[in-house]
Design a protein around this ligand. Structure first.
Ligand code: ZN
Length: 150
């Protein structure tokens, strides 16, 4: 129960003070992500240079889960390589399906706060919106062949 309260605090904090919700004029990757079933509509912006995500932000509107998830995701991936961001995204999406190890959960840091979403099917699309949008962006930007086995 203590964990549950702790997790809710993380989500609340990212809603009240989303550090990454702002414009990013020098972004070189911009993609809109929409979740019609809830009305979430975000625009994700990344500044990627030499394969490293140097900066990132999001703007738009949506429910508490979609906004917190996007903010937490950006905290996690800024400063990391595209490959690392993709790997973390894969772990996150697996967590949402309930298939994750303890070690992987630790790697996700605050994003682990969304683990319980797997028990709330109606909110799953909200939680994964930012992550799917990022994956789509990075796959589109990559010169390498995109993997189809996800
Ligand atoms: Zn939503």
């Amino acid at each position: 129960m203590a964990n549950r309260i702790f997790y809710n605090e993380i989500l609340t904090e990212h809603n009240l003070r989303p550090a990454n919700k702002h414009d990013l004029p020098d972004a070189n990757l911009v993609l809109e992500g929409v979740n019609p079933s809830c009305g979430d509509d975000i625009i994700l912006k990344l500044k990627v240079k030499d394969g490293i995500i140097e900066d990132g932000s999001f703007i738009g509107d949506g429910c508490a889960v979609s906004q917190a998830s996007a903010d937490i995701m950006l905290d996690l991936i800024i400063g990391k390589s595209q490959e690392e961001a993709r790997r973390l995204s894969e772990i996150f999406l697996r967590m949402i399906k309930g298939k994750i190890t303890e070690e992987e959960l630790e790697e996700l840091e605050e994003a682990g706060a969304l683990k319980d979403i797997s028990h709330m099917p109606a909110r799953v699309k909200c939680a994964v919106l930012g992550w799917h949008t990022m994956e789509e962006m990075l796959n589109g930007a990559s010169d390498s062949v995109t993997t189809e086995d996800r």
